[in-house]
Design a protein around this ligand. Structure first.
Ligand SMILES: *Cc1c(COP(=O)(O)O)cnc(C)c1O
Length: 370
């Protein structure tokens, strides 16, 4: 079965092999060397002053950031299931919050953010997704973060980049906390979350000393020494070290290939008459909206073509198809995906097969490569 869901993503063989070595104790020089290597790779990738690894899925890092940085009021962008989660975390911890809510295909506008900041003078933490995976939507984080810092440099800008880290180059100039997760572009099992931190975020985390398990001050102290406060997810961190070896820290090539694959897939899907759902599509995934046919299409893709793509969530559960582009994906697999979709459309009598999807994919893919 080909796994083409926007997380978890398939784990390459070399990473699986690295993770199958006998378990190391986490308080040993051997593991600390592995930790140091993974940490160096992350710092080179995100280009921020500090990075922390936590034993949790991505939501754990989101919770750590909301609790540490949102003391007075959190302003969060909710254009989908993951944006909604920031508000839910604030609510669960009884931290005052205000949400900017939009349809799942609509990115937050700068005007909405500025209006909310004018109305909510006590906001000290702003939370947004770089890519909102519920609808495959890219927010204009760069523009919004810059404007927030110009308005008040003390507002901590938290960016959930779980489906952007390792996918595209991220400008972290105006970002204080950048969240990543193991099961997306890093092609690792779920269970490791990542937080990149700015100088301001480091100072605030140390000063506030919030929480117990997710206490960023405790982790900052430990991880600078290449160890963790609690038992580290040693297996996944071993896999992360291998990930950086596998890609040889050549992030630019990954970004270029991912973008070419994603745009070529989008063009191929459009050539079949399919609708791309988000108004500003992210690179990490391609999202198709088809209320009538998304569910039957997914069923055929799985049963007849051994292809597992994701549906939607909640209200869009049976209206969306989400196709992963994160990680290292061989081009023959990408071709198979658009071809299988074209064949499935033919078997539902929606459109006769003529090989258009592969042709359009290749035309755009090679144009973007050169
Ligand atoms: C996958 C994902 C998460 C993490 O969710 P977990 O289930 O906690 O791993 C958070 N935000 C976005 C945008 C995601 O795509």
């Amino acid at each position: 079965m080909l796994l083409f869901t926007p997380g978890p993503t398939p784990i390459p063989e070399s990473i699986r092999k690295a993770m199958s070595e006998p378990t190391l104790h986490h308080r040993t020089p051997e593991f600390e060397a592995i930790f140091a290597s993974a940490r160096a790779g992350l710092l080179e990738l995100i280009k921020m002053p500090e990075v922390l690894m936590l034993a949790s899925s991505g939501s754990g890092a989101m919770e750590a950031c909301v609790c540490t940085f949102g003391q007075k009021k959190v302003l969060s962008v909710n254009s989908g299931k993951f944006g909604e989660r920031f508000g839910k975390i604030a609510k669960a911890h009884k931290i005052p919050y205000r949400e900017i809510i939009n349809e799942w295909d609509t990115p937050a506008s700068l005007e909405e953010v500025q209006k909310a900041l004018e109305e909510e003078k006590d906001v000290d933490c702003f939370c947004i997704q770089m890519c909102e995976s519920a609808g495959g939507l890219r927010h204009n984080v760069e523009q919004i973060a810059k404007a927030i810092k110009a308005y008040n440099p003390n507002i901590i800008v938290v960016v959930d980049a779980i489906t952007a880290m390792g996918v595209e180059a991220i400008d972290t100039t105006h970002i204080d906390a950048l969240i990543g997760g193991s099961q997306k572009a890093f092609m690792l099992p779920p269970g490791l979350s990542i937080i990149g931190l700015s100088k301001l975020a480091i100072d605030v985390a140390n000063e506030r000393d919030v929480g117990f398990y997710f206490n960023l001050k405790t982790e900052l102290k430990n991880q600078a020494q290449n160890t963790t406060a609690w038992t580290a997810p040693t297996t996944i961190i071993t896999g992360l070290k291998k990930y950086f070896e596998l890609i040889n820290n050549d992030f630019e090539s990954i970004y270029k290939a991912t973008k070419a694959r994603s745009l070529a897939t989008q063009k191929a899907l459009e050539s079949l008459g399919l609708n791309i759902y988000p108004k500003s599509p992210a690179i990490a995934m391609n999202t198709i909206y088809d209320e009538a046919n998304a569910a039957p299409l997914r069923k055929i893709l799985k049963s007849e073509f051994n292809l597992n793509v994701a549906g939607g969530q909640d209200k869009l559960k049976t209206s969306l198809i989400r196709i992963n582009q994160m990680g290292l994906i061989p081009i023959e697999q990408s071709l198979w995906v658009v071809n299988a979709i074209e064949l499935a459309l033919a078997s539902l009598n929606i459109r006769p097969f003529n090989g258009e999807a592969n042709k359009i994919f290749l035309q755009h893919y090679y144009a973007l490569q050169s």
